[in-house]
Every structure is written in structure tokens, then in C-alpha cells.
Design a binder for this molecule. Structure first.
Ligand code: HMG
Ligand code: MG
Length: 306
């Protein structure tokens, strides 16, 4: 089945190595991070968010990002991305030969202050030299908007709050923009309303949906976004993650669950579900956590029975 209104293909950006692992309290050994990225590369992801060149005082788990980037086996088919909050982060990312840098702000002032220690407008000023440098150095530039549907500190966030930041990021020349439900509170109607507001002035191909599953709405939100024309989604293997600056937020939608939904709609991902399930099992065991993917748990249980 594939409704005429849905895209024929989607791009899945695997954010487990960054958004997923950043929230782990115990430092995950470097060789496990490298092994995870290598397995994901082999699985055929077009885009893997592998590192974050943020301040190690703010997010200690990401302090070994240079080592991760230098030790992974890259494939030409994969774009390797990293977060760059400021020029210092950009220089680190450039030296590590990332393919894409990710500047990140928020649709909520309160969250911008907690996460990157500045206002939304200050963050945009901070990103201007990064955007210029990325163009000069021929790196892809992605912009992420946190708390696009709700904020742990401020509460409600309107579609207008989000479209304002979308316009700033478009002006900076972003090649792709992520509309992020950082704390997983969005519902399907709100997702449609926000994307429809954006698509009044911008093209759907530029936008991704980044959903966390705190309230169990992430797959419904993916389906709602698909119906508005979104064809890029972020997810993390085994549903890893959360945000250190958003207490109680759970992981991203699990990649395995996302692919199961997308497969059922007859939409291409270029990924093999069974291979993803085995990677989800690997990382869950490696960090001593229950696998956060419902599909991963179900398929593993079935395989163990037979
Ligand atoms: P600040 O403290 O205001 O920065 O942090 P500063 O310029 O005053 O520098 C303070 C110290 O940090 C200095 O060191 C700098 O050298 C160092 P000191 O002199 O004290 O020894 N420093 C750096 N070191 C390495 N790399 C850098 C860097 N920058 C400064 N790039 C800053 C401001 C933006 C740096 C900080 O707030 C930060 O790193 N924030 C990022 C926090 C984070 O990692 N959050 C999680 C990722 S975002 C997320 O998860 C949401 C997302 O998934 C989407 C969604 O779901 O919403 C993307
Ligand atoms: Mg996130």
C-alpha cells in the first residue's frame, strides 16, 4: 500500500550515536561508539549523526568526538554529521572532516538559554560565521530547532514561534532544517499544523521531523508529518537517548519502529529491518540497557523462540 499523498522514499537520519548516547550517564567506551557507527554505516544509512563538538563541560559524553570521527570506517554513501554550537565547535568539526555541520537553536527562549546559554537571536548571530565558513568549505549545513512543539521550561510553543526560527535558518542558507520535538509532547494535529504553516513559505524537501517518544506519540507524529509531505525523519537505534537539558525526555523514535511503519506503507528506506534489530540488540547489551525498540524486542523474542 502506498497512498498517492505519501512520499515514495524517505531518508532516515540515524542520530543514535549522538542524540542517543549523549544522555548516557556513564561514559560509553570509545570502541563501542566506533563499533556502533561502523555497524550503522554498513547497514546503509544515508546520514549518521556521529558526533557533537560541544563544550565537554556541558556534555561530557561527547568529549571524544574527535576520536570517534578519526576511528570510524567511513563509506562514501553516508553523510557523517556533527553538532557545532559555535565557531570553536565548527573548527573541531572541520578538522575532523565531517560532511555536515549542525547548528542548533530552539523555538523557546527558555530552552535556548538552558541548552546553549544564549537567546535565540544571539544564537543566530553566533551561527552566521559558521554558515559562511560551511559554504566556503563546501560542507553541508543543517539547522535544528529544539522544542518546536513544547518546552520543559516555558510550556507551550506556537507554530508561529517555530516558523520565526525556520525563517532565520533559511536566511542562513541551511540545506536542511530539523523540526524537533525535544521532549516528546507533540500530538499529530499539532505536527500537521506546524508543518503546514512552514510549507506556506518553504519547500517540504528541506525539512525533517525529529520526534522523541516521551508521551508515546512519536510514530503517530511521523505519520502526521508524512501526510504533510515531510520525507526526512530522525530516529535512534534501539530508541536510545534523551536530552540532558530536558529532564524526563525519553529517546528518539526507535529506528526499528520507524522502519517497520515505513515498510508497512510501502515506502522505500534502503534499510534492512532485521539488520537494524541486530544493531539495536548490540548497543542495548553494550550499554546494559533494555532495548527501547518495541519492534526490536518483538523480533528478538520471536527469533529466540524458534
Ligand atoms: P558557554 O559556557 O556559554 O561557552 O557555553 P563559553 O564560550 O563561555 O566557553 C566556556 C568554556 O567552554 C570555555 O572553556 C570554552 O573554551 C569551552 P574554559 O575557558 O572555561 O576552559 N568551549 C568549548 N570547548 C569545546 N568545544 C566547543 C566549546 N565551546 C566553548 N565547541 C556552549 C556555550 C554553546 C558552548 C554550550 O552551551 C554547549 O556546548 N551547549 C551544548 C549542550 C548540548 O550538547 N546539548 C545537547 C545537544 S542539543 C539536543 O540534544 C537537541 C537536538 O537533539 C534536537 C532536539 O531533540 O531538540 C539537537
Ligand atoms: Mg533530540
Amino acid at each position: 500500500m502506498n497512498s498517492v499523498n505519501l512520499p515514495r522514499k524517505v531518508k532516515i537520519v540515524e542520530v543514535g550515536p549522538r542524540d542517543g548516547l549523549q544522555n548516557e550517564k556513564e561514559i560509553v567506551p570509545l570502541h563501542i561508539k566506533v563499533d556502533l557507527v561502523n555497524r550503522l554505516s554498513k547497514a546503509g544509512f544515508q546520514n549518521i549523526e556521529a558526533a557533537a563538538f560541544v563544550s565537554p563541560k556541558w556534555t561530557p559524553q561527547m568529549a571524544d568526538s574527535e576520536s570517534v570521527m578519526s576511528q570510524i570506517n567511513r563509506t562514501n554513501a553516508t553523510v557523517y554529521s556533527a553538532l557545532t554550537p559555535n565557531l570553536m565547535g565548527y573548527e573541531r568539526a572541520l578538522a575532523s572532516k565531517v560532511d555536515e555541520v549542525v547548528i542548533f537553536s530552539a523555538a523557546s527562549e527558555a530552552f535556548a538559554m538552558k541548552n546553549i546559554n544564549c537567546s535565540i537571536e544571539q544564537s543566530i548571530e553566533r551561527f552566521k560565521p559558521i554558515a559562511e565558513a560551511a559554504k566556503k568549505d563546501k560542507l553541508r549545513l543543517r539547522g535544528s530547532i529544539s522544542c518546536a512543539f513544547g518546552c520543559p521550561y516555558q510550556g507551550q510553543v506556537s507554530a508561529e514561534d517555530t516558523t520565526t526560527v525556520v525563517k532565520y535558518l533559511l536566511d542562513l542558507g541551511c540545506d536542511e532544517i530539523d523540526i524537533c520535538d525535544t521532549i516528546g509532547v507533540a500530538t499529530a494535529g499539532q505536527v500537521q499544523q506546524t508543518f503546514e504553516a512552514i510549507f506556506k513559505f518553504a519547500s517540504p524537501e528541506l525539512f525533517s521531523g525529529h520526534f522523541h517518544d516521551t508521551y508515546g506519540q512519536s510514530l503517530a507524529n511521523v505519520f502526521a508529518a508524512l501526510q504533510t509531505g515531510v520525507s526526512i525523519f530522525h530516529s535512534s537505534i534501539a530508541g536510545l537517548g534523551g536530552c540532558p537539558y530536558a529532564k524526563g525526555a525519553t529517546g528518539n523514535v526507535a529506528t526499528e519502529d520507524l522502519v517497520y511503519l515505513i515498510n508497512g506503507l510501502g515506502i522505500e528506506t534502503g534499510l534492512d529491518l532485521i539488520e537494524l534489530v541486530s544493531i539495536g540488540e548490540f548497543i542495548s547489551k553494550a550499554i546494559g540497557k533494555q532495548n527501547g525498540s518495541r519492534v526490536g524486542r518483538a523480533i528478538t523474542a520471536k527469533n529466540n523462540q524458534s
